[in-house]
Design a protein around this ligand. Sequence first.
Ligand code: PGA
Length: 240
Amino acid sequence: MPGIRITVADGPDGFDRAAADEIGSTIRACPRAAVVVATGRTPMGPYARLADDLSADATGDLRVFQLDEYLGIPRSDPRSLASWTRRSFVEPLGIEPASVHWFDAMADDPDAECRRYEGAVAEAGGFDLAVLGLGPNGHLGFNEPPSDPMSGTRVVPLTEESLASNAAYVPGEPVPTEAFTAGLDLLLATRRVVLVVSGRTKHEIVHRALDGPVTAQVPASFLQEHPDLAVVVDADAWGA
Ligand code: PGA
């Protein structure tokens, strides 16, 4: 697979180190990068490591975009993905609040909000770097299967698999059923993608995504055609 580098890391420390190195090298090389960043469990260790590695000088000019957000969930809600992005990435890395582009989860007109987001990405010159997790169903952001590669930024109903996995993020709270997502079109057009995957439960899907047929049924499989993809996967997910 040309353009794809796969690092299989041992143990949580090795995983966090390898992922932080992949993300950090792009940020160092491109301090004004437009970066779209995932929430989820997998990138949390890498973000903490990155915050230790990078001085505010290295991150002060970054432009950050939220990857996805639950429809109708305000930032004050513990389930808000904006507040998770702020706590885990924006604040620890010392990003200027004015340089962060959020979805307005409460927008009266969600379609117009998607067009506004796409306009902001276009104005930034597209994404330079995407840090993405891999959904249990092969989603990227909330581009749920089936998603074709030209899928735009939109509000999507979440699949059963995503609902089950999201339920664990904030136990005891009802799981939102619809979400904004950056379009697969924007993510695939990103200049450099770092995909982080960990845990035994991702074993089958990571191989379907990287070694299986390229299909809308596994949206992440379109990354096989990406010219600059770094995959950091732990040994549990990759398997023997
Ligand atoms: P996870 O989520 O990092 O919590 O496994 C990944 C995803 O659903 O995209």
